[in-house]
Ligand binder design. Sequence first.
Ligand SMILES: Cc1cc2nc3c(=O)[nH]c(=O)nc-3n(C[C@H](O)[C@H](O)[C@H](O)COP(=O)(O)O)c2cc1C
Length: 320
Amino acid sequence: MQILDFNSKVFLAPMAGITDKPMRQIVSSLGPGIMVSEMVAINALSRKNAKTYKIADVRDEAYPVVVQLVGGDAELFADSAIFAEELGAHSIDINMGCPVKKIVGNHSGSYLMKDMSLASAIIRQVVKATTLKVSVKFRKGWDHNSVNAVEFAKMCEDCGASYITIHGRTRSDFYSGKADWDIIAEVKNAVKIPVIGNGDVTDVLKAKEMLDYTKADGVMVARAALGNPWIISDIHHYLEEGVIPQQKSLLEVKEIMQKHIISLVEYYGEKTALGLSRKYVCWYCKNLRDARKFRENYMKINNWNDAMAEIEHYFTSLEA
Ligand SMILES: Cc1cc2nc3c(=O)[nH]c(=O)nc-3n(C[C@H](O)[C@H](O)[C@H](O)COP(=O)(O)O)c2cc1C
């Protein structure tokens, strides 16, 4: 089943603090895949908070960006969707899965799985307010005593969602334990709109396994993309052509890591980018020789030229 007008059925998941413009640029430069923004808080967006505005502004990106909104007020949601449309969103995703206490306490994220009437009001208002397609991302349920993903999925469909994404964990699981792919299969069976499966897809084979097992229409990958931005297009090519991806060469890893860091500098400025680059450097190098020593050295660095020189030095030492 075609998912909107996307060129792929493989999604880079929304990840706050990670799937920013630099990350999306890197992933999309490597091949097909669907980019989703970090979650954008509607309260902050409506106040035109500068940082939030920047997260929502995807106008100069060359590929479609699904902009994810989070909040708990239906009217504000509708206004924010219109605003996101003006800021270049390809479509709007509604976050009904975030487990974080602060978000849930604000009647947002996975709290909405406990309040179907507010959840449905939000979806209906957003669908009515914008010309863009609207999707919803949610979980298996609030906790193991209140698993309601199937009912919730039907509600999303009735309210006009164009597709849904389900993460096979409850809110009380946060990110622990194993994602339940059976619930994804049950949801797929219950609705006619496309269903995207999410949770524990770690490589191309797992992606195929999840799709075969659940019969979902698409797959969404979050944590496995950290330090491995190739995974989205690798899964796409594997699903389309059966090609098992080759291990990335040292040169490829170095070049993409540098490109990613340069793009962080362009987007955030040198000081912020240097701080942010530390986590990416750890992820990119996690399976490489002497990574610990390199990480220790990189963490001590406080200027840009030294950072680039340290990367060069490390990769040259690996080739020796
Ligand atoms: C650091 C981090 C940030 C996340 N931020 C968001 C977010 O902003 N919106 C959202 O819907 N899910 C968010 N998630 C959840 C992921 O999109 C995804 O549902 C979850 O990690 C399960 O997928 P995985 O097993 O492929 O990691 C986040 C996950 C992580 C690890």
